[in-house]
Design a protein around this ligand. Structure first.
Ligand code: HEC
Length: 443
């Protein structure tokens, strides 16, 4: 993957582009400039995307080509004020003028639907933890309702037929050819073993209320240095383990089967879409690939579990850029080293990085003063959630923030990718935001 990161930098240097999320200098008083869907920034789709994705601060534009919008549970942005008004106006312009007919390319239609769906799910999610002055419940409700109704209708209009969805490009294969992601990750007999649960989606936190992937499918892979058979044996041992999960003092038990140094884990996120029959459909479009290699695995000790901070792990994150995807570059995937300022929106307690003020009680010191992290800061952030040695930071197995007393490990076993996808697709209709969308889409 590191080889891939270097390749991405070369790509950026030779093509003259910096793909996603670059913090472009904003023109005072002017709307952000987006050229993702058309060369002309005043194209309706570009203006709509700008209204939903771009955040402006300190004279710079952020988030333009970020996989997820820069929205948190605590964001007032889009719920009120000028940003809300602008978003409502543009989405109505889209509906009134049959904006869905302005672009024919199925890949672009797929991306706009997926992006609108992401914003929709955020609208329908929890809101709170605002910076001062707080938004009243009534203001939140109004903001959510106005925007949800129009976005829901637009999502329905952008739907592709099942055949068109099936024909969307395999962007992972293109990224693998460019050396950005492992070519053998999806090989059914290859060294990587897909693991999952038999009672629901594997990445419970990523698809849950604080997750950013409520309209994505996640796949988890593990690869031991001894090859596929060694990996399968390890997964079976972990599944069969029935000893204690924690010690008397509350630490995860040293008896949990550990994997050896050299083990790698990967998390793949793929887009879901809604087809013209109103059904949720899994696509092959990979939105993100996260990867961790355990170079060394320090021995179990309470100190290491508390303070390990990801010691011995090498981490990497490769994410989708619309600009690169539409231009056909490396399947649209870009290494975190080339991705411009990085932000954490996943599981981030909801604080809006753009609205927080140093005087807010929940302001977390310097971290929020700089807008956006560079890749090395973002790598350190991975370790804050993947803290402990080996299996103790394999979060799909051991519950996140592993010291909670009621937490139980997930019973992981080998699972075909097809089954993992099926479980994830079946899970979505159980969520409240999907029921809300179904009603609004038909309007
Ligand atoms: C806010 C906490 C958090 C941060 C930050 C975080 N992760 Fe994770 N990660 C998780 C959780 C939780 C899971 C388990 C899946 C689930 O429950 O959704 C996970 C799963 C994974 C997996 C699948 C294997 C496993 O451990 O389950 C990989 C690979 C991964 N993350 C890599 C990364 C990388 C690389 C970064 C940094 C760019 C990162 N993560 C940052 C919480 C986090």
């Amino acid at each position: 993957m590191l080889k891939g990161a270097a390749a991405a930098l070369v790509l950026v240097a030779t093509s003259g582009h910096v793909w996603p999320g670059e913090a472009r200098v904003a023109q005072a008083g002017a709307a952000p400039v987006v050229r993702l869907y058309d060369d002309n920034p005043s194209h309706l789709w570009n203006r709509l995307h700008a209204a939903l994705f771009v955040r402006v601060a300190d004279g710079r534009e952020y988030g333009t080509d970020r996989v997820d919008p820069l929205l948190w549970i605590g964001s007032k942005h889009l719920l009120q004020g000028a940003s809300h008004e602008r978003a409502v106006q543009l989405i109505h312009e889209f509906l009134d003028n049959h904006g869905e007919t302005r672009v024919r390319d199925p890949l672009k239609r797929a991306m706009l639907q997926r992006d609108l769906w992401t914003v929709f799910d955020w609208l329908q999610g929890t809101h709170g933890n605002f910076a001062q002055p707080r938004l009243s419940e009534e203001a939140v409700r109004r903001g959510v309702e106005d925007l949800s109704a129009a976005i829901g209708a637009a999502i329905g209009r952008l739907a592709l037929s099942p055949g068109q969805i099936d024909a969307l490009p395999d962007n992972y294969a293109a990224a693998a050819r460019a050396g950005l992601v492992p070519a053998d990750l999806f090989s059914p007999r290859g060294p990587w073993v897909s693991v999952g649960r038999d009672d629901g989606p594997v990445a419970v936190n990523h698809v849950g209320d604080l997750g950013v992937g409520r309209n994505s499918v996640f796949l988890v892979f593990i690869k031991l240095p001894g090859g596929r058979d060694a990996t399968l044996r390890y997964v079976q041992r972990l599944h069969a383990y029935s000893g204690p999960f924690r010690t008397a003092s509350g630490y995860p038990s040293p008896d949990i089967p550990q994997f050896p140094a050299g083990t790698e884990v990967a998390l793949v996120r793929r887009a879901l879409l809604i087809d013209s029959d109103g059904r949720i459909v899994a696509t092959r479009i990979v939105e993100q690939v996260q990867h961790r290699l355990y170079r060394e695995i320090p021995p179990w000790s309470p100190q290491e579990l508390d303070l390990g901070a990801g010691r011995g792990q090498e981490v990497d994150d490769v994410m989708l850029s619309r600009a690169a995807l539409f231009a056909g570059h490396a399947g649209g995937l870009v290494s975190m080293d080339a991705a411009g300022p990085l932000f954490l929106t996943f599981s981030d307690q909801g604080l809006d990085a753009f609205e927080m003020k140093a005087s807010d009680p929940s302001f977390e010191g310097g971290r929020r003063r700089t807008l956006g992290m560079n890749a090395s800061e973002a790598r350190k952030l991975c370790a804050t959630c993947h803290v402990a040695p080996g299996v103790y930071s394999f979060n799909s197995y051991l519950p996140f923030r592993l010291l909670s007393p009621e937490a139980r490990p997930s019973r992981l076993s080998e699972i075909s990718m097809a089954d993992a996808v099926r479980f994830a697709v079946q899970h979505k209709p159980q969520r409240a935001e999907w029921r809300a969308l179904q009603t609004l889409m038909r309007r």
